[in-house]
Write a protein that binds this ligand. Structure first.
Ligand SMILES: Nc1ncnc2c1ncn2[C@@H]1O[C@H](COP(=O)(O)OP(=O)(O)OP(=O)(O)O)[C@@H](O)[C@H]1O
Length: 888
């Protein structure tokens, strides 16, 4: 690794040198960064490759070469049981997670439940299963609970992976070993793309090193038996459950909860037919649908218009393995000429019905035969001739439209991989009215711009429905098709609306939507938003996300709210192909100064967050990294969830910052300068920048404060640099640093946050020392005096945080007191809390100092509020406690 003369990292160093670290070399030897490596422990490494004797998938024989499995089978080592016993997946620690709240104590009964679950957890058991003679040629280990381990170094790993993605949930995909899990939901998804039970069992058997456990075969049969037998169909704004198997209808009606949601026949209405109303199943149109933007579609178009047909080979949409064994068109044959029976259900209780169907083992299939829909008007929308979708975008869409109809479900692509274009292409394929729901008004605008950029749609055919805008698209009144883009909170809102908003909402509810696009679909199960889907009449639903994770247990609800996961791309594969940037990730450990640490130990949890972020050593590390990466020509985003720290850092280091309170014009100005001005290479962002900020110039990201253990936030932040413009430059890497105050709760949360990315194959290096940092000219907070002054102002800030907290606690005090009165027949005064003397603790002779009883603090704050309310004006600034003169 090269170094510059002034002793710190050479700004001309190559990416590999920067993270010399990253070399898989011994980090202790690197002169600049002292690191350790933190990767997925499940990753195994091999320098040898297994060569096939024959292809277990196709059965074709290949020339046999060396047969040497990098992981010696345990059987050969005399260990046949408990091969994977060392990891305990059942307890993934999520009880400490929360999306929006901090850590939570688990109760005694929860603990006992967890303990019981742990004790009775299924053990990966390959015991009793003989290894096949040619096991080294087969890439999978499969246990009796459907857990599958793929040897990624196998020559047929690619094909096996494509098959596994179709039938199982990826659990973890580091470089050499991938882990998947087959369960009922993953099999519903497999069935929905046309796979059949016997194909699944057969291919798994071929790929497995051991015979498939009988219990797993039974489970696969059980889970797949009823799939597709019950359909949910929208007809003239009303929902029907239908099936061509009479027993299924009987089973549905036998369930009291489903029966309660049934709408019985309305007089004179022949469409709300019940069980006895028998009608012909709509004949599925022959597949042969061309998805716009694909090579095939462009060839067909060229032929039709007499242009030169390009020589470019068609994208491989369906893997050979799948194509060979499943024949996707089989789904078309399903139900043909069958007689279906149906009954109507209450659309407002659709979620309940779908959940119940799932629970009784009859998951509903939602498919939209849009080409046969003559009721809803068509939308004239097509991709512009210049728009070409990428191979993985095409593959994901082929899972949705594989049988010529639109299946509802979820597509998971990494951040920056182009989910918007996938949604837009789906809209161009269905060509009916589209409703897009996203998470913010900024996102809504971006969706509109993307529609206009990629398609021939006119501005007037798109409406944005947010708190600021509720203009109808042209022709909406006369039933014309169009596009509406809105935000979840707008549609979910249940309070009193303005007149225009009420009218718009009624319009949304009154018509059928061909396609509902749900951006960031992982938010849909949130209590506030789940009614959104139910309140709208939609034929097909497509959820898009990069991070199909929630820190609560509701992610699986998406199976019935939206549909199964149709496709999930592999982040590392897309990075290798240059669709997203390669990222080097590092966690930088910053020891706290003794004074900060002493105060930290005494502080309350919220105050601790500020102290962790403001640790002077972290400040210096941030300055060092900014300096270093600016000299390399990188553009840097620094993230801080804590706005106080964000502003302190930005001011001290002389950089621009954007947070929730920054006004729109200022925001746009800063972002534009960051993009185009070579003198503005670093910006500070609060969590407003976590999503929906498209800055392809950014190549380096530094995180100084984050939201507890949110795996999603970590991935979304990483997503800001995955779209780096320079990603295809040779050897280019983007950089992601997470600065962590050592020996604080940040260490724990940091590890949790990385979980998702580690499962995607990212390796986090741990940097314990930034060499040369002391030589940085103008290093901030270098002297103890500066550090103590910083501590003083931080304590002032944390004092405010404490007061806010105590106001909250007042409410609890009140409850406690009331309960105390009841219990003890009299008021029990809660104990007074006193702020400690920080001067003594921190040797803070240079600091602002005050010592107030907490009651005094409360009183000051209440007085302020009362004065402000009464209009008499708050006390003069000079008397505000944090502005009081120093008492040296
Ligand atoms: N097929 C394509 N051709 C050209 N550009 C594309 C294509 N697909 C995506 N892009 C571009 O890639 C960038 C990222 O796309 P997009 O914003 O849709 O990503 P995303 O997956 O929604 O990311 P995030 O989850 O972070 O919001 C955009 O600038 C988009 O125009």
């Amino acid at each position: 690794m090269s170094s510059s003369e002034d002793g710190f990292l050479d700004p001309n160093a190559s990416d590999d040198e920067v993270m010399a670290a990253s070399g898989d070399s011994d980090f202790e030897d690197t002169p600049r960064l002292r690191t350790r490596q933190k990767t997925n422990p499940k990753a195994a490494k091999s320098s040898k490759f297994t060569h096939l004797t024959h292809n277990p998938v196709t059965g074709k024989r290949k020339r046999a070469q060396v047969v040497a499995s990098p992981i010696p089978p345990r059987q050969e080592q005399g260990e046949r049981r408990g091969m994977f016993d060392d990891d305990d997946e059942e307890n993934n620690g999520d009880e400490y997670d929360s999306d929006d709240e901090g850590p939570r104590q688990i109760t005694g009964s929860e603990f006992l439940t967890k303990l019981l679950a742990w004790k009775t957890r299924p053990v990966k058991d390959l015991g009793g299963l003989e290894l096949k003679a040619d096991h080294t040629a087969r890439p999978l280990w499969i246990d009796n609970h459907g857990r599958i381990t793929l040897e990624r170094f196998s020559p047929i790993a690619e094909q096996a992976q494509d098959f596994l993605v179709a039938i199982a949930e990826p659990v973890s995909r580091p470089t050499f070993i991938h882990e998947y899990r087959v369960n009922e939901y993953s099999l519903y998804a497999a069935m929905s793309v046309g796979l059949e039970t016997k194909d699944i069992v057969e291919v798994l058997s071929r790929l497995s090193k051991t015979p498939l456990p009988q219990s797993l075969i039974r489970d696969i049969h059980r889970w797949t038996a009823a799939y597709g037998k019950v359909k949910l169909v929208l007809k003239r704004n009303r929902y029907f459950l239908e099936s061509s198997v009479p027993e299924m209808i009987q089973r549905l009606l036998a369930d009291s909860q489903i029966r309660a949601c049934r709408i019985t026949q309305v007089q004179g209405d022949d469409t709300s037919n019940l069980v006895h109303g028998v009608e012909s199943a709509p004949k599925p149109t022959a597949s042969g649908l061309l998805i716009p933007g694909t090579t095939e579609a462009r060839r067909a178009n060229a032929l039709a218009t007499g242009q030169n047909v390009e020589d470019a080979p068609a994208h491989e949409t369906v893997d050979d393995v799948l194509g060979a064994v499943i024949g996707l068109d089989r789904a078309d044959e399903m139900d043909e000429d069958d007689q279906v029976q149906s009954f109507e259900i209450d659309g407002d209780r659709m979620e309940k019905v779908k959940r119940q169907c799932q629970e009784i083992g009859l998951p509903v299939l939602e498919e939209y035969d849009f080409r046969a829909d003559n009721i809803n008007q068509n939308l004239e929308i097509d991709l512009k001739p210049m728009t070409v979708i990428r191979s993985y975008q095409e593959t994901s869409l082929s899972k949705m439209f594989g049988n010529g109809r639109a299946r509802s479900g979820i597509i998971v692509l990494p951040c920056g991989a182009g989910k918007t274009l996938v949604g837009i292409t789906a809209a161009c394929t269905i060509k009916k009215s589209v409703l897009v729901l996203c998470t913010s008004a900024v996102s809504a605008q971006q969706w509109k711009q993307a529609f206009i950029q990629f398609t021939n749609i006119q501005d007037k055919q798109i409406s944005i429905f947010t708190s600021q805008s509720a203009d109808m698209f042209s022709g909406a009144d006369s039933g014309a098709a169009g596009i509406v883009i809105s935000v979840y909170s707008m549609v979910a809102f249940t309070g009193k609306r303005s007149h225009s908003s009420e009218t718009f909402m009624n319009f949304l509810k009154s018509r059928e939507w061909g396609l509902l696009l749900l951006d960031e679909v992982h938010v849909a199960p949130a209590t506030a938003f789940r009614k959104c889907v139910e309140s709208l009449r939609t034929h097909a639903k497509l959820g898009l996300t990069a991070t199909l994770v929630r820190e609560d247990d509701r992610i699986s609800d998406l199976n019935y709210i939206i549909g199964p996961k149709l496709y999930e791309a592999n982040w590392m594969d897309l990075a290798q192909k240059g669709h997203i940037a390669n990222v080097q990730c590092a966690e930088v450990w910053c020891p706290m100064t003794p004074e900060f640490y002493a105060e930290y130990l005494l502080a309350k949890s919220r105050a601790r967050i500020v102290m962790q972020a403001m640790n002077p050593n972290k400040f210096q590390a941030c300055q060092f990294l900014i300096n270093y990466h600016e000299r390399r020509g990188d553009k840097i985003i620094v993230f801080s969830d804590n706005v106080y720290s964000l502003m302190q850092y930005a001011q001290k280091l002389g950089k621009a910052a954007i947070h929730g309170g920054t006004d729109e014009r200022e925001r746009m100005r800063i972002l534009a300068r960051f993009q185009h001005d070579p003198n503005m290479n670093t910006i500070f962002l609060s969590k407003v920048g976590d999503t929906s900020i498209d800055l392809p110039e950014a190549t380096c990201l530094i995180q100084i404060s984050s939201h507890y253990g949110s795996r999603r936030q970590e991935a979304q932040r990483l997503g800001r640099i995955l779209r780096a413009k320079r990603r295809n430059d040779e050897g280019f890497n983007a950089f992601f640093y997470s600065l962590v105050s050592k020996d604080t709760s940040e260490m724990y949360y940091s590890t949790k946050r990385q979980g998702f990315l580690v499962d995607q194959g990212y390796a986090f290096k741990i940097i314990t020392e930034l060499h040369g940092i002391d030589l940085l000219p103008d290093l901030v907070f270098k002297t103890q005096k500066d550090q103590l002054e910083l501590l003083g102002s931080v304590l002032n800030e944390t004092e405010k945080v404490n007061i806010e907290m105590e106001d909250e606690e007042d409410a609890y005090d009140f409850i406690d007191n009331a309960a105390g009165k009841q219990r003890f027949g009299g008021g029990i005064k809660p104990a007074n809390r006193m702020t400690g003397s920080m001067q003594n603790l921190a040797g803070g002779s240079m600091m602002t100092y005050q010592e107030n009883s907490i009651n005094m603090n409360r009183r000051i704050k209440r007085d302020d509020r009362a004065a402000a309310k009464s209009g008499k004006g708050a006390r003069h600034e000079i008397f505000r406690k944090d502005k009081r003169p120093r008492q040296d």
